[in-house]
Design a protein around this ligand. Structure first.
Ligand SMILES: [Mg+2]
Length: 377
C-alpha cells in the first residue's frame, strides 16, 4: 500500500492568542493540517505546529522521499525522512513538517489494520483521561470570568500560562494565583505555566525557587517553563529542591534533544509536542525513556483537534499518563472533526477505540478555517 498524495491546509480565522509579546490575530496562520492519501483511497490526518508556508517549504524537500513509500510503516518512513534531511533538518520547520506526516502515517496504518493507533503503539492502558483546559493568565477580573467559563464547560483541571504572570512582580503573581484558586475552589486541579521560552526571559533559578514555594501554598500541581528552555542546569537544580513538580520541554524537537532532560532528571514532567517534535514515533520513544527514568510525561498540546486526537492515542498507550492538554476555547480543537471530543460528567475524555486516530476531519468545517491549500502528487 503506497502513499500517492499529500495535501496541506494552512489554518486561519480562529488562531488564539499565544500569550506572546507580539499580539496574534485570529487570521494569523500557525497550524497546518496534513492529509496523506494511500493508493487504495485511505486518508490519514496529521497536524504541524508551524505555518503553511514553512510546512510547504519543508514538504518540497520531503515529498520526493515520501512519494511511493509504504503507507503502513510509520516509524521507518518517518525515520527515513529525518535521517535523509540531516543537513537541512535536525529540528525546526523540517521536523515540524515530519511531525504532521508521522501522525498521518500512524492514522493510515491504523485504518489499514482496523486498529486504534493506541494498540499499534504498544497497547491500551486506559480508555479515558482527564484533559486540562489550557488558557492564558489575565488581569484578575477577566481571569475570574474566563475561569468560571472553563469550569462551566466541564473542565476539572486547568492550566494558566504566560502574561502577566512573571512579568511584573511577586505580588502580582500571587494575586493571580490566589484569584484562580478562589475562583475554581479546591476540587479543580490548577497548573501554572510561566512561559519561560518567551524571548529574553529575565528570571533565573532563585526567582523560580521563590515562586515555586508560593505556588505550592496554593496547591498548584506543577510549575511549567519557569526558566529559559536552554538552561538545563538551572532546571536540574530547581527540580531537585522544588516543593512542587517542575515541567518543561515543549520547544524541543527530535527525541535526542529530550534525552539529557530525562536522564539528568532536569524536570519532573517532560512535555513533548507531538505536532513539533517528530510526531507519535518520537513521542512514543520519549515516553519510554521517561517511564524508565520515572519522569512523568504529559504531551504539550497547544494545537488542533488532530494534535489532541494523537495525544489521546499516545496517552492510552503509555504506562503512566496524568493528563492531556486541551486548548480552550479554540475552534481548531472544537470545530474541525466529524465528531467533536466531549467531556463526561467527571471532566474526562473518552479515548477513541475506532481504527487509526478514531476521528476524521470534516471537510466543510475545515473549509471555514482554510487560508491556503497545497497538494503534492
Ligand atoms: Mg507551556
Amino acid at each position: 500500500m503506497r502513499i500517492v498524495e499529500l495535501e496541506l491546509t494552512a489554518l486561519t480565522g480562529a488562531t488564539v492568542d499565544g500569550g506572546w509579546p507580539q499580539d496574534l490575530e485570529a487570521e494569523e496562520n500557525l497550524h497546518t493540517l496534513v492529509r496523506l492519501k494511500s493508493e487504495d483511497g485511505l486518508v490519514g490526518m496529521g497536524s504541524c505546529f508551524t505555518s503553511g508556508k514553512l510546512v510547504e517549504g519543508a514538504v518540497e524537500l520531503l515529498w520526493p522521499l515520501l512519494k511511493g513509500e509504504s503507507a503502513v510503516e510509520p516509524e521507518r518512513v518517518s525515520d527515513t525522512l529525518r535521517e535523509s534531511t540531516f543537513w537541512q533538518g535536525r529540528g525546526g520547520s523540517v521536523e515540524h513538517a515530519i511531525s504532521g506526516i508521522d501522525i498521518a502515517l500512524w492514522d493510515l496504518m491504523g485504518q489499514a489494520c482496523g486498529q486504534p493507533v493506541s494498540r499499534l503503539l504498544g497497547g491500551v492502558y486506559r480508555d479515558r483521561i482527564r484533559p486540562y483546559g489550557s488558557m492564558l493568565f489575565d488581569e484578575p477580573e477577566p481571569l475570574r470570568e474566563a475561569l468560571e467559563a472553563t469550569v462551566a464547560r466541564g473542565f476539572r483541571a486547568i492550566k494558566l500560562g504566560w502574561r502577566p504572570f512573571g512579568r511584573r512582580d511577586h505580588r502580582t503573581d500571587e494575586l493571580l494565583v490566589r484569584t484562580a484558586r478562589e475562583t475554581v475552589g479546591e476540587d479543580v486541579s490548577l497548573m501554572v505555566d510561566a512561559g519561560g521560552s518567551e524571548q529574553f526571559w529575565p528570571h533565573g533559578v532563585n526567582w523560580a525557587k521563590r515562586t515555586a514555594r508560593m505556588l505550592a501554598e496554593y496547591g498548584v500541581e506543577w510549575f511549567e517553563e519557569p526558566l529559559p528552555p536552554d538552561d538545563i542546569d538551572g532546571y536540574a537544580e530547581l527540580t531537585r529542591s522544588s516543593p512542587l513538580p517542575i515541567a518543561g520541554g515543549e520547544v524541543l524537537t527530535r527525541r535526542q534533544a529530550f534525552l539529557p532532560w530525562i536522564s539528568r532528571r532536569a524536570v519532573d514532567i517532560i512535555q513533548p509536542d507531538t505536532t513539533k517534535n517528530g510526531g507519535l514515533t518520537e513521542s512514543r520513544r520519549i515516553a519510554g525513556w521517561a517511564y524508565d527514568h520515572n519522569v512523568q510525561m504529559v504531551s504539550h498540546g497547544w494545537n488542533t483537534a488532530v494534535g489532541l486526537a494523537a495525544d489521546l492515542q499516545l496517552a492510552a498507550a503509555i504506562p503512566v499518563a496524568l493528563f492531556v492538554e486541551y486548548l480552550t476555547p479554540c475552534a481548531y480543537i472544537e470545530d474541525l472533526l466529524d465528531r467533536p471530543f466531549e467531556l463526561d460528567e467527571e471532566g474526562c475524555l473518552e479515548i477513541p477505540s475506532e481504527p487509526g486516530l478514531g476521528r476524521c476531519l470534516d471537510p466543510e468545517r475545515v473549509a471555514r478555517y482554510t487560508a491556503s491549500e497545497r497538494v503534492f502528487r
